[in-house]
Design a protein. Structure first.
Length: 540
């Protein structure tokens, strides 16, 4: 191997980060005494490698058995392809709903191949088929928590009796390995003398070589070291011989080992910082997993499995019912909380879903549609998304947009000019009218429905009058509102005005809503808004 380069000043902070991550792993091993360390490939291997070097320099006992498993974001990509999300197009880890995390955890139990692979990886590392008792999982970072949820979900399923600690090593990301490769080991000017800007594809290939490992396949927990035959090595062998790429990859870890060894005499054991851990799966997400797997769950089952009080269970299920993520099936003590069938069909893609950008439904087929507002932003990327939403609105046949907005006292409503622009481009004559409802925030109410946080007939009736006027003029009307509660109030009161009063208006509204892409949702969700519709006099 070539002589190892010195660490340039520009990378001193990165090597300090690697040193701290090695100390963090060693501190956790000393404190937790795991009988298995699980390194998440690929960037999660770096801090474990560095920790092992530090351990050998400072500790008398052997380093714990290490399993390396390809549990990463690409597995979440498989999940995202298989299922629809309800809030965003992508799974967002700890920011995802209990419903979505529960579905991911339930889906994992269908991956018997991953279970076998993980069992084999642990057995091979520990040289025994006996299940581990304490597992320390090490990854380079925890961002939104998708990988940690994935790994913990697998481990709790495969090793249900084991204790698991998921450690954020706060180590190098793949980008840092790549930068060290192209700035120190094989300088960029040498690799690409023409100074071409790297494509994302080439950057990805360099990243695989820099971390020194690659997937066996996206759909497998197996991995393998890069080799002469690796696709990334072959693709980049046009700029440097394949053997030199392999040597460069080994040099990165050799430099890491050298720097860790140099600092080892300064190591001082410390108590682990609990802020570095993912403290396990949310109980609420595990309850949702049960609902997905067992076609629902009962209050008693939730209390007994998770040690929750009756009040705690009530708080959870009432929240989920308000969000239309859970509904009741059956009566009496055996009543089960189940995923609404329409929602289940949507998430599991049991029917071909229309990729609607707007959450909208026809109240009067072909004439009156209620949906989300399209917001106006200045930057071009967001505007392109808005234009797609508006094109979808126009594709419904809409030629009149009534946009009902909340404004603070003295504030003017804001009109979206893109609606008129897109209509002109399509050769359409349209009307766009903005209705401003002045509101005053009441107490801690964050999303007031109308004036002073309460629906007000003086606000609602003029809007209904405008809708009637546009319909009488032969327009196809799209009504958007500042939030879903106000949208539901306007739609329900319109039905009540036209002969379907009280509970009948709510029932008719839900039937219309059920025909939309997200038809499992109640319209409106808010209890106050539903009560307001029930009290609206027929014909008013």
């Amino acid at each position: 191997m070539r002589s190892l380069p010195a660490v340039p000043e520009s990378f001193e902070a990165h090597f300090e980060q690697m040193w701290r991550s090695a100390c963090r792993v060693v501190d956790n091993i000393r404190d937790y005494e795991p009988d298995l360390v699980l390194a998440l490939m690929h960037s999660g291997w770096g801090p474990v490698y560095a920790a092992r070097v530090l351990w050998e320099q400072t500790q008398g006992a052997p380093f714990p058995p290490v399993a390396q498993s390809n549990i990463g974001r690409e597995k979440i990509g498989i999940f995202e392809t298989a299922f629809n999300m309800t809030t965003t197009p992508f799974f967002t880890g700890n920011f995802a709903s209990d419903l979505e995390i529960g579905k991911l955890l339930a889906w994992l139990t269908s991956r018997g191949d991953w279970r076998v692979q993980l069992l084999n990886q642990a057995a091979q590392a520990r040289q025994t088929a006996a299940p581990p008792e304490r597992i320390l999982v090490v990854d380079d970072c925890i961002r939104e928590g998708s990988t940690s949820i994935l790994a913990l979900g697998l481990l709790y399923w495969v090793f249900p009796e084991a204790q698991v600690r998921f450690l954020n090593a706060d180590s190098w990301y793949r980008t840092i390995y790549t930068d060290f490769l192209t700035e120190v080991i094989l300088p960029f000017a040498r690799l690409f003398p023409e100074g071409k800007i790297l494509s994302e594809k080439v950057r990805g290939q360099l990243g695989q070589i820099a971390v020194g490992s690659e997937n066996v396949s996206v759909d497998s927990l197996a991995w393998k070291p890069i080799s002469i035959n690796s696709p990334a090595v072959q693709a980049l062998s046009q700029s440097q011989p394949a053997a030199e790429w392999l040597e460069a990859s080994q040099a990165i870890y050799a430099v890491i080992a050298r720097e860790i060894t140099r600092n080892a005499p300064t190591y001082i054991p410390r108590s682990p910082d609990v802020q570095d851990f993912n403290h396990g799966l949310r109980t609420s997400a595990c309850i949702m997993r049960d609902a997905w797997l067992e076609k629902g769950t009962t209050r008693r089952e939730i209390q007994e499995r998770y040690g929750l009080s009756s009040g705690e269970v009530s708080g959870l299920v009432e929240k989920w019912m308000e969000w239309d993520e859970i509904t009741l099936a059956g009566r009496g003590p055996g009543t089960r909380y189940v995923i609404p069938p329409l929602l289940r069909r949507y998430i599991e893609k049991m029917e071909e879903a229309t990729p609607d950008l707007l959450d909208a439904y026809w109240l009067v087929p072909g004439k009156l549609i209620f949906g989300d507002p399209t917001l106006y932003f200045e930057n071009a990327a967001d505007q392109e998304w808005e234009r797609q939403e508006i094109r979808e609105m126009l594709a419904y046949g809409v030629d009149c947009w009534l946009d009902v907005q909340f404004v603070s006292p003295g504030e003017a409503a804001r009109e979206n000019p893109l609606f008129a622009e897109e209509a002109r481009a399509a050769g359409r004559a349209v009307i766009h009218e903005v209705v401003a409802l002045e509101i005053q925030y009441s107490g801690k109410e964050i999303y007031p429905e109308t004036r002073r946080g309460r629906p007000n007939r003086r606000d609602i009736r003029p809007v209904l009058d405008k809708i009637d006027g546009f319909l009488a003029g032969g327009r196809v009307v799209y009504v958007s509102a500042a939030n879903s509660a106000l949208r539901g109030v306007l739609a329900g009161c319109f039905l009540a005005r036209h002969g379907q009063g009280g509970a009948e208006a709510l029932a008719a509204l839900q039937l219309r809503r059920a025909e939309s892409a997200k038809g499992w949702r109640r319209e409106p969700v808010s209890r106050r808004a539903r009560r307001f519709i029930r009290r609206w006099p027929a014909g008013l």
